[in-house]
Design a protein around this ligand. Structure first.
Ligand code: GDP
Length: 337
């Protein structure tokens, strides 16, 4: 058996040197290739990808990372396209990534299938990448996190990570971005209850889109959201999440939206929370990796493999308690594995 290659401070493979140069020069094709490499699950690709990321790490971290979430149809692609064009006009380079939880279930996609953001995708200052299309949600999120770093190394100074309104994927996206935006529909506030408290707590900013349809209803919904948010404990003592209304299709409110994002950034930088959040996110990511790797190794352990089925049956039948079964399985692998 081949010894397992070690990850860590290793040199980039010779075959990837050209990729590194192209990526650092902002070449979109090299960026796309590098992302394909980090999305691969083949072990030799994983090793190459980690070396690549290691080499590029000093060139990362300099973007503003924005998460955007909302149910299908709320106007995410319309909004991101309009915002992206606005930001490009202001001299920025914008990358758009996605975490699509539906892709993990059936390989289909809520976010990626239709031709989206046609104008933006034609601009050389923009890079749009659909969600990785297979694996667990954790795997998809991990690959998106890595793609985000690659986009930063390629010189994109604004990275938008989009997802749909399903709790877990929103938590994952909030965990990799600086500012998490919740996009809402102004249904006169009567579906406020449908927004889970946990999701509202993630929001740094709430936006009611489609305000052009019924501006009064949008204002009412925004007011109700403001009072709902006021009852929550804000994540930062220095930032009460603002609630805005806008119309993505008419490009109304985009300038104000971006001003709020910039104010958010400067407020959190001044209080030290911006850097602290990134530090926490990096450590949380490390622990997620450890958790999932340990779990995989545990499941692959020969002794566990042979005992797992029988013990699972007795836990289901109620003849062994889950705690005893867990202890027996853990004892099988010993303390060092
Ligand atoms: P997504 O599924 O969240 O990406 O939503 P889309 O951006 O595809 O938008 C869904 C539909 O809503 C499309 O028909 C858009 O044209 C429309 N839409 C998006 N933004 C607005 C808006 O501000 N006002 C109105 N009236 N329609 C909008």
């Amino acid at each position: 058996m081949q010894p397992k290659p070690e990850l860590g401070q290793l040199d980039v493979d010779a075959q990837d040197l050209v990729l590194v140069d192209g990526l650092l020069a902002g070449n979109r094709r090299d960026l796309a290739k590098a992302i394909t490499l980090v999305e691969s699950t083949r072990p030799e690709h994983r090793v190459r990808a980690q070396k690549l990321l290691d080499a590029l790490l000093p060139h990362t971290g300099r973007s503003m990372r924005i998460g955007i979430s909302g149910v299908p149809g709320v106007g995410k692609s319309t909004f991101i396209e309009a915002l992206g064009m606005h930001l490009i006009e202001a001299g920025h380079r914008v990358a758009v990534l996605a975490v699509d939880p539906s892709s993990t279930v059936h390989g289909g996609s809520i976010l990626g299938d239709k031709t989206r953001m046609e104008l933006l995708s034609q601009r050389s200052e923009a890079f749009i990448r659909p969600s990785p299309s297979s694996g667990s949600l954790g795997g998809v999120a991990e690959h998106t996190r890595e793609a985000l770093l690659l986009c930063e190394a390629a010189g994109y100074d604004i990275i938008i990570v989009e997802t749909v309104g399903v709790g877990q994927s929103e938590t994952a996206v909030a965990g990799m971005t600086d500012c998490f935006v919740l996009l809402q529909l102004p249904n006169a506030g009567d579906d406020l209850q449908a927004i889970k408290k946990g999701i509202m707590e993630l929001a740094d900013l709430v936006v009611f889109n489609k305000a052009d349809i019924d501006p009064k209803a949008a204002q009412l919904a925004a007011a109700q959201m403001r009072s709902a948010l006021a009852m929550l404990h804000p994540a930062s003592a220095n930032w009460q999440p603002p609630v805005l209304t806008l119309s993505a299709i008419r490009k109304d409110g985009l300038v104000e939206f971006w001003q709020v994002v910039e104010k958010f950034k400067s407020t959190l930088i001044a209080s030290g929370e911006f850097a602290a959040k990134r530090r926490h996110q990096a450590l949380a990511w490390m622990w997620q990796q450890i958790d999932s790797d340990l779990r995989n190794r545990f499941r692959e352990h020969p002794a566990v493999k042979s005992a797992l089925a029988e013990l699972s049956v007795s836990v289901e039948a109620g003849t062994t308690t889950p705690t005893v079964a867990a202890q027996r399985l853990l004892a099988l692998v010993g303390r060092h594995f």
